[in-house]
Design a protein around this ligand. Structure first.
Ligand SMILES: Nc1ncnc2[nH]cnc12
Ligand SMILES: [Zn+2]
Length: 322
């Protein structure tokens, strides 16, 4: 039971949090056949590549500013209802462009959803703009330029997601330089689909304060020690890792070993309904599958606040709510 614990989430892709019922209603509204990707109330995919394809197709049924406001408000209210005080949502302004809505209207819809949720429940939220590796380095640079130019106080971070097997981190270094120069917090998906080398590369080339997943660092204990020494925070998403077969089961998942080795770890849900999970379930797994005490779970939540891409007064206000 973790319902009494305050919660924080640093790693959730906005469209990846779309409830299947809402996606179905949206598809019907726009007369889109979503049946190859959504059947019997569940998203349909079978490996990482087909998951990314399903994700992109599901995203296409959210088309207007109001659609994005509703999606954002719906997810944040779900989080607030389980005691979540802070959420960072990974968003892709490029996607707004691709669907013809435009990046500004896409972000404005998401920001409206954040304002509505905050007014209802007090949940605090920020946005991490992401580039998608499978759309190539130029598109990722475009995303970084957008985030840097936006000067939107809710956009506080920059990420690199998508097909980890495409290109090397160095191909995307310029995008991270742009984001760093704009004062954005940096995080990067690594060590999820690819092995420890991808985490080492992210540290060598970008040196972000956080890594998305990073769990395959466990394949190289020297690297684990380096992560612990640097104080790099891992955004660990156990349910996602099991659903994508990064590890066969929770017993072999490295979260406890990473924590034991002194790595600063946090827990998140990634793309919850795609992976049959939720932040609520991730906290319950922490207690039940991994055997963490309430104190150990609180420690991970506090690490999340320490690593959050927020200004200091907001960080202190979040600590005060713990
Ligand atoms: N788990 C994940 N890894 C990489 N890119 C993603 N985009 C959405 N979910 C993702
Ligand atoms: Zn992710």
């Amino acid at each position: 039971m973790t319902s009494h614990l305050k919660k924080v989430e640093l790693h959730c892709h906005l469209e990846g949090a779309a409830p299947p019922t809402l996606t179905l209603a949206q598809a019907r509204k726009y007369n889109i056949d979503i049946s190859p990707y959504l059947a019997d109330g569940a998203y349909v995919w079978h490996d990482f590549a087909s998951f990314l394809q399903c994700y992109d197709k599901v995203s296409e049924v959210y088309k207007t500013e109001e659609d994005y406001a509703l999606l954002t408000e719906t997810y944040l209210e779900e989080l607030a209802a389980i005691g979540t005080i802070y959420s960072e949502l990974i968003v892709s302004p490029d996607h707004g462009k691709r669907i013809g809505l435009g990046a500004d209207a896409y972000i404005e819809g998401v920001c409206e959803g954040i304002r509505r949720a905050k007014a209802k429940s007090g949940i605090e939220a920020r946005l991490i703009v992401t580039g998608e590796r499978h759309f190539g380095p130029e598109s990722v640079i475009g995303a970084a330029e957008y985030a840097a130019r936006a000067k939107n106080p809710l956009i506080t971070g920059f990420n690199l997601a998508g097909e980890e097997r495409m290109g090397r981190v160095a191909d995307y270094a310029r995008a991270f330089d742009i984001a760093r120069h704009a004062g954005l917090g940096l995080t990067i998906h690594a060590g999820e689909v690819c092995g420890a080398f991808s985490v080492a590369e992210a540290l060598d080339v970008v040196r972000p304060s956080r890594i998305g997943h990073g769990v395959r660092a466990i394949e190289d204990m020297d690297l684990v020690r380096r992560i612990a020494d640097l104080g790099t925070v891992l955004e660990v998403c156990p349910g996602s890792n099991i659903a994508l077969s990064v590890f066969p089961d929770f017993a072999s998942h490295p979260l406890p070993r990473l924590k034991e080795a002194g790595v600063r770890v946090t827990i998140s849900s990634d793309d919850p309904p795609f992976f049959h999970t939720s932040l609520k379930r991730e906290y319950e797994l922490a207690a039940e599958a991994f055997g963490f005490s309430d104190a150990a779970i609180d420690e991970m939540t506090r690490t999340g606040i320490e690593a959050a891409f927020v200004d200091e007064p907001t960080r202190q206000a979040l600590f005060a709510r713990m």
